[in-house]
Design a protein around this ligand. Structure first.
Ligand code: PXG
Length: 288
């Protein structure tokens, strides 16, 4: 396996960075999870824009242009002979000292691109739907670490993932600090009620799959789409609930906190959107 590390393709065994990297010492950095489908990197420019926005807020100067970053992602896929795969793009603050002051990281960021095959949820989950629960850990307050930042500090989500593991379910719903539904640990959440598709307005990452699914719902299914405040009560009484994310794509949810969603089977809007989503993944991106 070849890894992109700071402008060079290196073998996995040689892809090493310092123990003084602030990505390791403090979770100080940014990342993206991206997918390629049949030689198209789905929404690559949108992922790169989001990465640079995270870095801008964190005041990390990436040091290469977005165009160079797009080319680096494509080169990494090519170097590994992958037409389909999962790409992990990481930008760390770089090497510093044992204090947290980012001004000491004078060498600049470390840029890492890993391209691998993807591990997916079992097919059964797509056919039967997920059973999930709400967990106690709330999503980060926007004035602490804004959930819009896809930073290397993912402990908020990892705490929730541990709670999901303890409950024996594959995903967890996290609420925001006001008690409204925010998102899951690595996925956005949607519900359908009375022909309207709803998704949380606040407290969540602006997922790229989420944006793509909202556009498909409006343009292809002519559904009204609302970004709004959603309570657990509304989710329990929804006609359909599903999750979206780069890894999961679009996956039905059929039970939440012990309550069946509708008749406990994946609904028609979810299944239609999943089909439409599969069509765009092979078209809407950077071809290579
Ligand atoms: N919310 C959060 C908190 C995420 O981390 C999403 C929503 C979905 O966003 P996209 O842009 O992918 O539609 C994410 C993305 C993993 C994993 O291994 C999860 C993500 C990224 C990379 C890996 O579970 N989450």
């Amino acid at each position: 396996m070849k890894i992109y590390l700071n402008g060079k393709m290196v073998e996995k065994e040689n892809a090493r960075i310092s123990v003084f990297d602030h990505g390791l010492l403090y979770g100080d950095g940014a990342f993206e999870g991206i997918r390629a489908y049949s030689g198209v990197v789905f929404k690559l420019n949108e992922h790169i824009d989001r990465l640079y926005e995270t870095c801008h807020s964190l005041m990390i100067n990436v040091g290469i242009t977005k165009t160079q970053m797009v080319a680096a992602v494509v080169d990494t896929l090519k170097a590994n002979g992958l037409r389909d795969g999962y790409i992990r793009l990481v930008v760390t603050r770089g090497d510093g000292d044992l204090g947290l002051d980012p001004r000491k990281c004078k060498a600049g960021p470390n840029i890492i691109i890993i391209a691998d095959s993807i591990t997916l949820y079992p097919q059964e989950f797509y056919e039967k739907g997920l059973t999930i629960v709400t967990v106690p850990t709330v999503r980060n307050h926007p004035e602490a670490i804004n959930p819009q930042l896809k930073s290397l500090n993912y402990l908020n989500n990892i705490m929730a993932k541990i709670e999901a593991n303890n409950a024996g379910v594959p995903e967890a719903i996290m609420l925001d600090g006001s008690g409204y539904v925010a998102e899951c640990t690595g996925d956005n959440i949607f519900m359908v009620k009375n022909g309207v598709l709803k998704t949380p307005l606040q407290g969540r990452l602006r997922g790229i799959t989420r944006d793509a699914v909202m556009a498909l719902a409006e343009q292809k299914l002519k559904l009204a789409v609302q970004e709004t405040l959603i309570t657990r009560h509304e989710l329990y009484n929804a006609e359909e609930v599903f999750l979206t994310g780069t890894a999961a794509e679009l996956i039905p949810v059929v039970k939440i906190d012990g309550r069946s969603i509708s008749n406990g089977e994946p609904g028609p809007v979810t299944l239609n959107l999943l089909k439409l989503f599969h069509e765009v993944t092979r078209k809407d991106g950077v071809g290579f």
